[in-house]
Write a protein that binds this ligand. Structure first.
Ligand code: NDP
Length: 327
């Protein structure tokens, strides 16, 4: 049987992609085979499609760091044909062939069964970004969220959009920071109570501490933004650091930690334990408002993936981009 896939190849260190037909017996080893329905475009996919950061070592390669679909064959007791599943993380799409293909074969340990109430499209409308946002919100809640608004940086992006919506649905006041003022209406519709400009937060902080503004923060940007935000946290509040869209440096002082008891929490959706994933997907099913979810989602075909990889790296993609793998 043949199936369609985005295949990445490398020649003279340059990476290029094409839509091609593969045979079943070219799939990697694994105890579960999935007919993929939807995958998504994430910042990391943009890096992989453009050969940035050497995330992929073996070519040819099928990218796509997450997908939803239906099990078509399984030699693992936990899965039978017809089970609806979701996959995020475990370096699928990097070290293992991923979701930009009509079929995927992988280790059953990496899958999660979709909650009853969540369709395959809805699951990918949140995807890795949604799981990450949920893990970040849970990490903030575990530490205790303060009385001031919770800030989300990189708010118009994938992680940011879902984070704004989830925090709002969970009853928190939300401040959304964006470099695209034209997305203000969109962010308010997702549930933001106020919009803060990217420039304001990206400037170096005036000193090691500033007035307390934020009861928590989900940060997708890093760099000077994260350093700035640390100086503005409420006493005892936490920042969940998820991403580095603005850069991976962090030039700060120990003062916010010593004098304000600020917590800096690292969020990793890639290797997070199975029980935590199952709980996070269940809570996503409970909290997500389905109409808002479709507002934040753009559905594209497999053919559009190679071009969109550069767009997401340039910060031009709004919300979540779902790839309908069968079209
Ligand atoms: P997106 O590109 O969808 O969103 C990133 C957003 O960050 C952009 O939309 C933009 O928001 C903002 N941004 C982009 N460039 C800059 C810049 N130079 N300076 C400041 N802000 C910028 O990506 P994702 O939401 O998919 O991912 C966001 C980050 O989270 C990435 O670094 C990604 O690698 C990371 N990530 C981490 C995970 C984990 O497990 N820890 C899982 C998933 C993602 P706006 O236009 O609103 O300013």
């Amino acid at each position: 049987m043949t199936f369609r896939a985005v295949l990445l190849t490398q020649a003279d260190k340059a990476v290029s992609s094409e839509i091609t037909q593969l045979e079943d017996d070219q799939l990697p080893d694994g105890n579960v085979t999935v007919d993929v329905s939807y995958s998504t475009l994430n910042y990391k996919d943009g890096m992989i499609l453009n050969g940035v950061g050497r995330l992929v070592r073996d070519y040819p390669h099928v990218p796509g760091i997450d997908f939803s679909g239906v099990v078509s064959a399984s030699s693992d007791d936990r899965y039978v044909e017809g089970d609806r599943v979701v996959l995020t993380g475990w370096r699928v799409g990097e070290a293992h062939w991923g979701g930009y293909a009509e079929k995927a074969r992988l280790n059953a340990d990496w899958l999660v069964k979709l909650p009853e109430g969540l369709s395959e499209l809805e699951a990918m409308s949140v995807g890795t970004a949604g799981l990450t946002s949920m893990l970040a919100m849970q990490a903030l809640e575990d530490q205790g969220i303060g009385s001031k608004p919770v800030l989300v940086t990189g708010a118009a992006g994938g992680v940011g959009s879902v984070a704004v919506h989830l925090l709002s649905q969970a009853g928190y006041q939300v401040a959304a920071s964006t470099g695209r003022p034209e997305t203000s209406d969109y962010l308010m519709k997702l549930g933001a109570n106020q919009v803060v400009t990217r420039e304001e937060l990206a400037e170096p902080a005036a000193g090691p501490l500033s007035s307390e503004r934020w009861g928590g923060c989900i940060d997708a940007v890093g760099d000077t933004t994260l350093a700035h935000v640390l100086t503005e946290m409420e006493y005892g509040a936490s920042v969940a650091a998820c991403g580095l869209a603005g850069g991976n440096k962090l030039d700060t002082t120990v003062i916010p930690f010593l004098l304000r008891g600020v917590n800096l929490l690292g969020i990793d959706s890639v290797m997070c334990p199975f029980e935590q994933r199952v709980h996070a997907w269940q809570r996503l099913d409970d909290l997500l408002q389905r109409e808002i979810l479709s507002d934040m989602t753009t559905v594209v075909g497999l053919d559009e993936v190679p071009h969109l990889g550069s767009e997401i790296l340039a910060g031009n993609v709004q919300g979540r981009t779902v790839v309908d793998v069968r079209h």
